[in-house]
Structures are given as structure tokens and as C-alpha cells.
Design a protein around this ligand. Structure first.
Ligand code: THG
Length: 264
């Protein structure tokens, strides 16, 4: 499973301050740290409080790229900000995200074609996030159909069933797992899958335990990637262990590396 490092997000106070003061140091430090911990992508989100999202996204992308060669996952509901980020990305990026709403899919899949970008498609519509897996899957089908219609390879689409905090949406858990399983049967080759992992534990105690338990359960349902805390060593160890148990790594490779690094 690929970890998309969640930490460059204006939701965190240090990043919000860095954006406000145009101080690249905290952003670049998190970029390096997440890469070192094995992240495969870096999520870039300007957060809720910035005045100029376009300008903030362009700046965040530029300073992140000075510190890391990882591909970026541009995380915004403002597609002008996404496009500004894509314009300055040195490598193909991921667009995070698009719901199953026609005019938004038109804009995002056009951008994906133009910039050779991957896309995260959300299982939600104008009516919000459905509870049952059948409705989530129906929305995923719309995303796949639109992706295909715009000539974007379906393997470049990541379906996100949308994870809610378990203390407010406990009944969504099994529906998310069933959606992850069904997505793999939708097309050949199938789309990929992702989740916002830390959502599951927002507002709860013992967050890391909830995050890593959810992660390995979702991996068993076919989860390909997660926007997650790349610096949570217990999470990384649990993911490495699950990869062995699911026969995704030749015995001991990733596993030994993770434990070797932890013990040094
Ligand atoms: N799907 C997709 N993209 C997403 C999400 C998703 N992007 C944003 C989010 N969800 C994933 N990223 C985070 C980042 C941080 C947290 C949760 C998800 C988090 N933050 C602390 C909190 O809210 O308690 C902030 C703590 C602090 O302020 O220091 O948990 O689902 N496609």
C-alpha cells in the first residue's frame, strides 16, 4: 500500500503559519521527513484559512519540490488552485479530488488529460455521502465512466469511498470495506483505491491504534493507497506486516527493512 503523506496541510497550525509568513522551512522539513519514512506521494493542502488559495497552492508546490522529488497529490476543492499547482509541478501529479458531479468531473478529467495527472474520485454527489455500499459503488461507476470518456486511463483513477470518524459514523465502516472490495470488480483493469485514513479517528482517543487497525482491515479488502501519517512508525510497521500476510511482498523484504530502520 502506498502512503500519501498527509502532513503538508494548512489544517495543521505550523503549516498554516508557514503559508502566512511564506516560510518554506517547516514545509520542507515535513517533505523530507515523510519521504524518509517511505511516503510515495505528498498530499498538498493549503487548508481552510488562507485568503488566496491559488497563490498558496503555487507556493506550497514550489517549496515542496525544492525538498523532495516525490510526486504531489494536490488536495483542494478549488480547481483554480489545483490548476495553478499543476502548472508548476515538475512531475505528473495526482488531483485530490472530484465528486460524482458532472460539471466537476468535466473540469477535473480535462485537467487530468492536459497535465497527465492521476485523479482521486470521491463516492459522493450533490446529495452528500451515501451510507450504503451499493450507492457508493454506483457513484464510483459514474466516475469510472467519465474517466474513460475523457480518455484518462482507468488505472490512473483512485476511488475514495470516503471514511467518516468512527465516533459519528460507526455504521459506515463495513460499507467502506464492501465498497473497496466491489471497486476491484468494476472494470478490467480496475481503478485503484484510496482513503483519508486519519479521518477514521478524528475526535477519538488512541487515534494511532484506530488508524492502523482500520488500515490493515482495508488492505485486506484491496486498498491500494491511503492519505495518512507517514511518520507514525507503528502504522508503517503494521502496513509492512500486512503486506507479508497478504503475500504482497516476497517474504521478509519490506518487513525486515522497516524493523531494521526502527531499531537503529
Ligand atoms: N479523502 C481525500 N482527501 C482527503 C481526505 C479524504 N484530504 C484531507 C483528509 N481527508 C486527509 N488528511 C488528513 C489530515 C489530517 C487529519 C485528518 C486527515 C487530522 N488532523 C488533526 C485533527 O483534525 O484532529 C489536526 C491536528 C492538529 O491540528 O494538529 O486528523 O478523506 N481524498
Amino acid at each position: 500500500m502506498i502512503i500519501i503523506g498527509e502532513r503538508i496541510n494548512g489544517m495543521f497550525r505550523d503549516i498554516a503559519k508557514a503559508i502566512r509568513e511564506k516560510d518554506p522551512a517547516p514545509v520542507q522539513e515535513w517533505a523530507r521527513k515523510q519521504e524518509e519514512m517511505g511516503a510515495g506521494y505528498l498530499d498538498i493542502n493549503v487548508g481552510p484559512a488562507v485568503s488566496d488559495r491559488v497563490d498558496a497552492m503555487r507556493w506550497l508546490v514550489e517549496v515542496t519540490q525544492e525538498a523532495s522529488k516525490l510526486p504531489l497529490c494536490l488536495d483542494s476543492t478549488d480547481y483554480d488552485a489545483i490548476e495553478a499547482g499543476l502548472e508548476v509541478c515538475k512531475r505528473p501529479a495526482m488531483i485530490n479530488s472530484v465528486p460524482a458531479i458532472q460539471e466537476k468531473m468535466d473540469r477535473v478529467f480535462t485537467l487530468a488529460g492536459k497535465y497527465d495527472a492521476e485523479v482521486i474520485g470521491l463516492a459522493m454527489s450533490e446529495e452528500g455521502i451515501p451510507k450504503d455500499s451499493d450507492s457508493r459503488i454506483a457513484l464510483a461507476m459514474e466516475l469510472v465512466a467519465n474517466c474513460d470518456a475523457y480518455g484518462v486511463p482507468v488505472q490512473n483513477l483512485y476511488i475514495d469511498p470516503l471514511v467518516l470518524p468512527c465516533n459519528v459514523g460507526q455504521d459506515h465502516g463495513p460499507e467502506v470495506f464492501e465498497t473497496l472490495r466491489q471497486v476491484k470488480l468494476m472494470a478490467d483493469p480496475p481503478p485503484k483505491t484510496t482513503v483519508g485514513l486519519s479521518n477514521i479517528s478524528q475526535g477519538t482517543k488512541n487515534r494511532e491504534l484506530i488508524n492502523r487497525t482500520f488500515a490493515v482491515m482495508a488492505m485486506a479488502c484491496g486498498l491500494d493507497s491511503a492519505i495518512a501519517d507517514a511518520c507514525d512508525e507503528e502504522l508503517i510497521a503494521a502496513v509492512a506486516t500486512a503486506r507479508i500476510i497478504l503475500n504482497m511482498d516476497i517474504y521478509c523484504d519490506g518487513y525486515v527493512d522497516v524493523f531494521k530502520n526502527q531499531n537503529k
